[in-house]
Write a protein that binds this ligand. Structure first.
Ligand code: SF4
Length: 411
């Protein structure tokens, strides 16, 4: 089912891009690469690693391993509208209904035999212990050993070294299970490509800050987190270049992502992964643009290709979702300021300590900047818990309040 879905999607997107070859086609190129990754994961023709969210995907691709974080599958099942059956499968199998929907979905998919058995598994202790627990359960189901990257919380030279050393152990683990070795030249080449994609993504995010923004509620949805999967490859460079070209062209032509943009919004953490009318309602009824997602930022320095382990360890440790909540709060406040947002939407994802647990601190921290937050009670993956009417009413009330309030960011 999943293989056919991804193959069909790739072929459709490829056809559309070919019909309009002179356009940057940024979102289509991004979606095409997602479809190609899905095809590789499900085809049975590639060595596959199921991983935690901040695994070093550029390093794994240098080893010829098709790798992906397991939450990707949960998001894909939600986007295809088929997730409920997998949720029920995991819940009937005894997995708690109050845990993160990404993990319930993927466990349900594995129980139904819809997750490819991986060659290796690389779990991470960040950004959540729920992810680690899901990986442990998957490892048991697949009867696979799992390598765990213990990501330290503090950004100190000793912590960076501690994680960098684990990457060396990880390679030995993967080599012993797959026979793939790490070619130092290939790794260097991958790091050069990651750095180039990083440079372009910095430009894309800088362009999105423009008032009015070339970004709309859909153009950069899930961009930052999924682009991590393509780092180290030409695809990441091509996608980032297409976005840069598209946004530059729009700004030059005086076009904005949401025509006559009136309200600028920051979206915290994850998007709602299944089809829903909320973004369209914000754009059409309030000319409100989601100009920035919390996960769409570059928070790491270029990596020295001669010393990749240290640079990648630092990149992993310094992601805002790792460590104390203050790191995340400072990052969110920075984004709200540079993107000149009027308000913030926080989908407090059911079962997630980052999504629901930090809501009070984030709300208070943004309030100090004069930026209101609307907290939505939502499960970003589970369609069964989507209270459309209630959510629309809350957003409508929030937008009416923003309309009457002068924006401190634009003053
Ligand atoms: S949404 Fe929260 S619980 Fe789920 S994978 Fe992300 S950080 Fe973990």
């Amino acid at each position: 089912m999943m293989l056919q879905y991804f193959e069909r999607l790739a072929s459709r997107l490829d056809g559309k891009i070919k019909m309009d070859p002179d356009k940057p086609n940024a979102r289509r190129k991004f979606a095409l690469e997602i479809a190609k990754l899905g095809t590789r994961l499900y085809s049975g023709e590639h060595r596959v690693a199921w991983c935690g969210v901040p695994a070093p995907f550029d390093m794994l691709s240098a080893m010829n391993i098709t790798s992906c974080f397991v939450e990707f599958v949960g998001a894909m099942l939600a986007s295809t509208g088929t997730v409920a059956t997998f949720m029920e499968e995991s819940e009937h199998g005894g997995f708690g209904a109050d845990t993160c929907g990404y993990h319930r979905a993927v466990i349900g998919a594995a129980m139904k035999g819809l997750m490819p058995v991986p060659d290796v598994m690389v779990a991470t202790t960040s950004p959540c212990t729920g992810g680690l627990a899901a990986m442990e359960n998957l490892a048991r189901m697949f009867d696979k050993e799992m390598f765990v990257l213990d990501v330290p919380h503090s950004d100190t030279p000793a912590s960076v070294q501690y994680l960098a050393n684990q990457y060396k152990d990880m390679f030995r683990f993967i080599s012993s299970r797959t026979g793939e070795t790490l070619d130092e030249d290939k790794l260097r080449e991958a790091i050069v490509k990651s750095n180039r994609a990083r440079e372009l993504m910095v430009e894309v995010f800088r362009l999105a800050q423009n008032v009015p923004s070339p970004a709309n509620g859909q153009s950069l949805a899930n961009f930052g987190i999924v682009m991590a999967l393509f780092l180290g490859t030409d695809a990441a460079i091509e996608i980032a270049q297409a976005y840069k070209d598209e946004f530059e062209e729009m700004i030059q032509n005086g076009e904005s992502g949401v025509p006559e943009e009136q309200v600028r919004l920051l979206w915290l953490q994850n998007r709602i992964q299944f089809k829903n009318p909320l973004i369209r309602m914000l754009e059409q009824e309030y000319k409100a643009a989601v100009v920035i997602d919390e996960l769409n930022d570059i928070t790491w320095d270029p990596i020295d290709p001669a010393d990749p382990f240290t640079g990648i360890a630092k990149r992993t440790i310094t992601i805002p979702f790792n460590g104390e909540v203050n790191r995340r709060l400072n990052h969110v406040r920075h984004l709200a300021t540079v993107y000149k947002v009027d308000g913030t939407v926080n989908p407090c994802h059911w079962g997630c300590r980052q999504g629901t647990g930090a809501r009070g601190l984030l709300q208070a921290g943004l309030k100090e900047l004069g930026i209101p937050v609307v907290n939505l009670e939502v499960d970003c993956v589970d369609t069964r818990n989507f209270a459309e009417g209630q959510l629309k009413t809350r957003l409508e009330a929030f937008m009416e309040m923003l309309r009457t309030k002068p924006s401190p960011q634009r003053a």
